[in-house]
Design a protein. Sequence first.
Length: 288
Amino acid sequence: MDTDTATYKTKVTAAFNGAAATYDRLGVEFFTPMGERLVRFADPRPGQRLLDVGCGLGATLLPAARLVGPDGSALGIDIAEAMVEEAGREAARQGIGNVELRVMDGEHPDLPARSFDLVVGSYSVIFLPDARAALARYAGLLRDGGRIAFTSPVFTRDTFPFLPPLFTDLIPMSLLEHLPPAWHPEQLHRQLHSWLEDPADLTAALHTAGFGDVRVVDESVDMTARSGEAWVDWSHTQGMRLLWQHLPAGEAAALRARLITALDALRGDDGLIHIDVPVRYVTATVAR
């Protein structure tokens, strides 16, 4: 692992370890409905063995574990130890007994070949430093006929990375200059847009990794927030946490105020803020 990749993973691990206690629990609904929708695309069956890469608190792992049932098994891996601990507590709270959790680097999973029927990853797989190489490793973990299912943002070059389109007018692209080099726009375009923006490129990458029968479906997830302040606080527990951590205090305060004001203006009749988030759902079958 080169120095830049090691630094990137260290920063990401620290960010999510720090956010684990409040991750997706601050009055915003997004990862749970997206994870549940991914499970429907993945279509886990009773008795199957499932791997969730970058499982977080289990938004995909736990509903999938229920579907594979007591005769199946669900392994969740995450690079952040605190996430694994929180997911384990949530599985116990829900009484789901067929779940195993391990701290593991999803880019290099130390797992037996051909030992899973299904690999899933919600907003995780595609953010690995060399995600395309990792996809080939997942193909090796799948039994014949096994499937992969994952989600990705719908990337376009004219929108702010990782966030719904409405944030492009609210967050200046220039703020990305405060991020570590791996998150600068030109690097993001090389790492993500180069193969994820066009479904044809994504399909080609999956074929190269050893998959066929690729299906790419774009849908909107209704992200809800009880207030602009709740959304901004929640963003400190997600990938945007890295931006908040690196912004100078004055710019962070100005951005916080601008986002809260703009989001509060979007409240609906139910008192909630509704944000359409384009999400790409990808499924494929190992080609052997």
